[in-house]
Ligand binder design. Structure first.
Ligand code: BDR
Ligand code: CA
Length: 313
């Protein structure tokens, strides 16, 4: 349909991935041209299945879903079962999609679509960057064929899987560095901004109450997070992966600044850290290639997500 923004989503669903994918599939402004699955929150056999079933859940079986990497480029795979459960969607069970399985693999399908979209395709990445690094290595002209690369990953400050690394970059830092080095027009939605995109206890219960298959999915898919976060202070549920999708819907919800970003691949205690010159002396002496997102209008982001998810009855 003309006027809609063409989007590709590479993802490892994943609880917040699921909400992000569903938002994109239900957003009339966005035209999801394809979804590719990568290992990450769970093994790829689960993330691929979940991505297919999410398209089905959103009544969007026609959106093609492609299988991608099962392991990082060099590191041993680390998944996140404590947060996302073994299957990636915690206690939720989605109806099986009967859509035909795509024959192309993630990197080939992405390249084909980028060429077809002639510079307009927005690449959204919600998991480790393994599929994208493979695509960039196989098709060196691919970065130039994309309008932009909208990454949930990294952090200018801090970390979540280690004190200084964010999960998606930590799982495959070599892939992330390949993308930061070769990628152009990169937007980094790291923990600096995504940890400001939390749901309060009251907001969570507001969304989780009531009937309907979306509400049930929301409740069941967040079961591990709730069990983990239950403490006297309440809990926080981060909508990390919803951020880049919401940005494509309405960029004014976010604020960011340009910087050069590299991912640390060798450090023994700093592996997976995204090192930026955001606040330093710019000693990288290279041109900034990444917009590091720093602020979000949290209330508006939550409104966006709830409006999109409400479309699923
Ligand atoms: C990222 O890691 C995953 O657990 C989430 O889905 C998100 O993509 C946050 O660090
Ligand atoms: Ca994710």
């Amino acid at each position: 349909m003309s006027g809609r923004i063409p989007v590709w989503i590479d993802t490892d669903p994943g609880v917040d991935d699921s909400f992000a994918v569903l938002c994109a599939l239900k957003d009339d402004q966005l035209d999801v041209r394809g979804i590719s699955a990568v290992m990450g929150n769970a093994e790829q056999k689960y993330t691929y299945k979940n991505a297919r079933n999410l398209a089905h859940f959103a009544n969007r079986d026609e959106v093609p879903v492609y299988a991608g990497s099962e392991v990082p480029l060099f590191k041993k795979l680390r998944t996140a079962p404590l947060i996302h459960g073994e299957t990636g969607i915690s206690d939720a069970v989605l109806e099986e999609s009967s859509a035909p399985h795509a024959t192309l693999l993630a990197w080939d399908a992405l390249y084909k679509e980028a060429k077809a979209q002639n510079g307009a395709l927005r690449l959204v990445t919600l998991g480790p960057l393994t599929n994208i690094a493979k695509a960039f290595m196989k098709y060196p002209e691919l970065p130039d064929l994309l309008e932009g690369i909208y990454i949930m990953g990294g952090a200018a400050e801090g970390g979540n899987i280690t004190p200084c690394a964010e999960f998606n970059v930590y799982v495959d830092p070599h892939a992330a560095e390949t993308v930061f080095r070769t990628g152009k027009k990169v937007y980094m939605f790291g923990l600096d901004v995504t940890q400001k995109a939390y749901l309060t206890d009251a907001e969570y219960h507001g969304i989780a109450k009531g009937e309907g298959r979306m509400t049930e999915f929301f409740r069941k898919s967040t079961a591990h997070i709730l069990r983990l976060k239950e403490n006297p202070q309440g809990f926080e549920l981060y909508l990390h992966d919803v951020c880049p999708v919401a940005y494509l819907h309405e960029p004014s919800l976010f604020y960011g600044e340009m910087a050069k970003v590299h991912a640390e691949t060798e450090g023994t205690i700093t592996s997976g850290k995204t090192v930026t010159d955001l606040w330093s002396d710019k000693s990288f002496a290279e041109e900034a290639n990444t917009k590091v997102m720093l602020e979000v209008n949290r209330e508006a982001l939550i409104r966006y997500m709830t409006d999109m998810l409400k479309k699923i009855q």
